[in-house]
Design a binder for this molecule. Structure first.
Ligand SMILES: [Zn+2]
Length: 199
């Protein structure tokens, strides 16, 4: 029987790591074989930890490896593989997960859909294209609307719309907001400037 490839996407601070760890716990409670994975870009320690204090051991995937290279088993039937921060994986690594799921494993990828520049992460775009199931994990803007965007700000709280997509260890500069607050409630001309300056 085929497994499934599931993409669980969210904005920042939507509790996706807590959800991953809860799912792992629930699967293990009914005797399932669960492997947790995170990319080494996050940090090198071999644990996945959520903001609310959940914690579990995991395997760490570097950018030159595929998940199939580091799993301690080759029979994928009825295995569960949960990947955190999947926006940092390459398309090749995602395709490897797709192949693993065809061999019987259920693979769940948890990660961000959007960069802070109004575009999709490459891996997330690929997952949206090839996943069997897509699950949205909602969070809220400070105004109470659903947050759909990731806003990057400098130390004076000014919005930043360009620069490198990946800026590790600087998580406090990112917040989840609605589109209106992503654009800082600017006027039409300023909005067009933001769009022109993306990239
Ligand atoms: Zn808002």
């Amino acid at each position: 029987m085929n497994g499934k490839l599931i993409f669980q996407y969210a904005t920042m601070n939507a509790g996706k790591t807590a959800k991953l760890l809860t799912e792992a716990y629930n699967l293990m409670a009914i005797g399932k074989n669960v492997t947790l994975i995170k990319p080494s870009i996050d940090t090198r320690n071999e644990t996945i930890e959520s903001r609310n204090g959940f914690k579990s051991d995991c395997l760490v995937l570097n950018e030159k490896q595929n998940v199939s290279d580091i799993l301690p088993f080759s029979d994928y039937k009825d295995k569960y593989i949960l990947v955190d921060e999947c926006q940092f994986l390459s398309k090749e690594q995602i395709f490897d997960l797709r192949k693993i799921s065809l061999k019987g494993a259920t693979v769940e990828c948890f990660g961000l859909k959007n960069t802070f520049k109004m575009e999709l992460f490459e891996s997330s775009a690929f997952l949206l294209a090839i996943a069997d199931e897509i699950v949205e994990n909602s969070s809220y803007c400070h105004c109470g609307e659903k947050a759909t965007m990731i806003l990057k700000t400098d130390s004076d709280s000014n919005p930043i719309y360009n620069g490198d997509i990946i800026d590790c260890g600087a998580e406090d500069k990112y917040t989840s907001v609605c589109f209106k607050h992503y654009t800082n409630e600017t006027n039409d001309t300023q909005l067009s400037d933001i769009f022109r300056n993306l990239g």
